[in-house]
Design a protein around this ligand. Structure first.
Ligand SMILES: [Cu+2]
Length: 160
């Protein structure tokens, strides 16, 4: 899906359609040719972590804290703790990406995640995400286990 969109973006660019440049910017990150780069930053180097923070996930369908502030350029290690009795996950992205992803999850509830912007954590366990926030703005994170996002299991990262 992503690849198809990317290819069509390339085709359009090669036709010099200036309309593309004034588009939503949704695929602007494709310009970097880095599969893992995203509108919200990129996977961080574990050796260059500048801040470590713990995020708790509970069966009340909440992240604590749900509002995170970081400085642009910071590499943050999230220690993601599941204090509930069911599986939860933390997925970083733009609201658009998260909604698309939630839709895929509804169709494939058993889907496992392996991307670096997300971690699935079994009950009582702890996972990690190391992420570098390279762009300023307000981004989102959510638990995309079916029903959780809809129940309000989400939060924001403000990058200044
Ligand atoms: Cu959850």
């Amino acid at each position: 899906m992503k690849k198809l969109l990317f290819v069509s973006t390339l085709l359009l660019s090669s036709l010099s359609l200036t309309a593309v440049a004034s588009g939503t910017g949704e695929h602007a990150h494709g310009a970097g040719h880095d599969d893992h780069a995203s509108a919200i930053g990129k996977p961080g180097n574990p050796a260059k972590v500048t801040r470590t923070m713990t995020v708790d996930m509970s069966d009340a369908m909440r992240f604590t804290p749900a509002t995170i502030n970081v400085k642009r350029g910071e590499t943050v290690k999230f220690i993601v703790k599941n204090s509930g009795k069911i599986k939860h996950e933390m997925v970083l992205g733009t609201m658009q990406e998260l909604k698309e992803h939630a839709e895929v999850m509804r169709k494939n509830p058993e889907m496992e995640h392996a991307d670096e912007n997300q971690v699935s954590v079994d009950p009582g366990k702890t996972g990690e995400i190391v992420w570098q926030f390279t762009k300023a703005g307000t981004f989102d994170f959510a638990c995309l286990q079916p029903g959780h996002f809809e129940a309000g299991m989400k939060g924001t990262v403000a990058v200044k």
